[in-house]
Design a protein around this ligand. Sequence first.
Ligand SMILES: Nc1ncnc2c1ncn2[C@@H]1O[C@H](COP(=O)(O)OP(=O)(O)OP(=O)(O)O)[C@@H](O)[C@H]1O
Ligand SMILES: [Mg+2]
Length: 354
Amino acid sequence: MKDENATIWDTNPLSVRNLWVEYLGERGMVKAVRGVTFDLRPRESLAFIGESGCGKTTLGLALIRLLVKTARISQGEILYRRSGRETAVLKLKGREMRHFRWCECAMVFQSALNAFNPVLRIRDQMYDTIRAHWRMSQSEMRERALSLLRHVQLDPERVIDSYPHELSGGMRQRVLLAMSLLLDPQIIILDEPTTALDILTQRTILELLKSLKAEMGFSLMFISHDLSIAAELADRVATMYAGAIVELGLVYDIFYRPAHPYTLGLIRAVPTVTGDFQDLISIPGSPPDLIDLPTGCKFHIRCPYATDRCRQEEPTLEPYGPDHSVACFHVDQVRRDADAIWEGTGHVAAGEAA
Ligand SMILES: Nc1ncnc2c1ncn2[C@@H]1O[C@H](COP(=O)(O)OP(=O)(O)OP(=O)(O)O)[C@@H](O)[C@H]1O
Ligand SMILES: [Mg+2]
């Protein structure tokens, strides 16, 4: 007999299908998110990596529909699932949308460290959030706020009565995490969760995220241009280039068996992810103008593998091995080269050692 609960449990909380987002800028239409499709799985941690301006934040904002007025979602579908119910996020209105934004899917913004109201104590900022969505007495709200501050390993009694400026950057980042968890969302989106922090504080926040996720069981979508953070925190990684996902796979495959030239380029440009590559090689050129995109593959101008086909036709994201998809006409060649580079470093990919 089919186990109903297992079915619900296994359902992906979020499915994004062919999502397109554009900004109407002074120079023209900025195509910031182009045909993005992915599923967020239960309790997984999915990282979005890619250079500055490739559309990561725009994608996150589109999911909770907090885009600026000059932006529009021109196409696509966002499906959210909880307790056996499916919701089309793009059809939600007013109250329902606000409920979704905090109670189902909460986002901690990229510039969030400055996003506190400077004249309100932490407790009032937390109570305001609870009050807007739940009916709770003052003492229940205090209990809830204290408990979450404790969860993010802060001294709750001290922090709850503080003003934001009395806290360090790392402490404020923890408070934001606590606030995002206040209404028990199933999905947390973190945009550059540790970028503004020093390396030791980054480490403690990463450890904290891992333990919170294990304990509370939410799905995490996080955006980072720091590959070492993705390598450490993610179960799966999506590489974005010029508004599109060009590779999506398990974290091991992305870092040790990449099949898109851009992912390979990103990894080779960073010493800290693996520590193994002897020669760091930067990716030549810069990302394309999202107003005036080149024809064909958007990476072809910078790509050492580019052929005439790449200049004319844009590859779509296609399955390449189990749980791995790539948008490139030269996947086999890239994979062979990635393997050869690893062999040169003495690393043997798992499953190939026999
Ligand atoms: N309000 C806006 N109006 C017009 N264009 C915008 C706006 N916000 C972002 N863009 C453009 O959309 C594209 C994607 O921006 P986005 O902020 O999503 O990138 P990102 O990947 O998050 O970059 P970063 O790593 O620097 O945070 C960029 O080309 C950017 O210039
Ligand atoms: Mg961003």
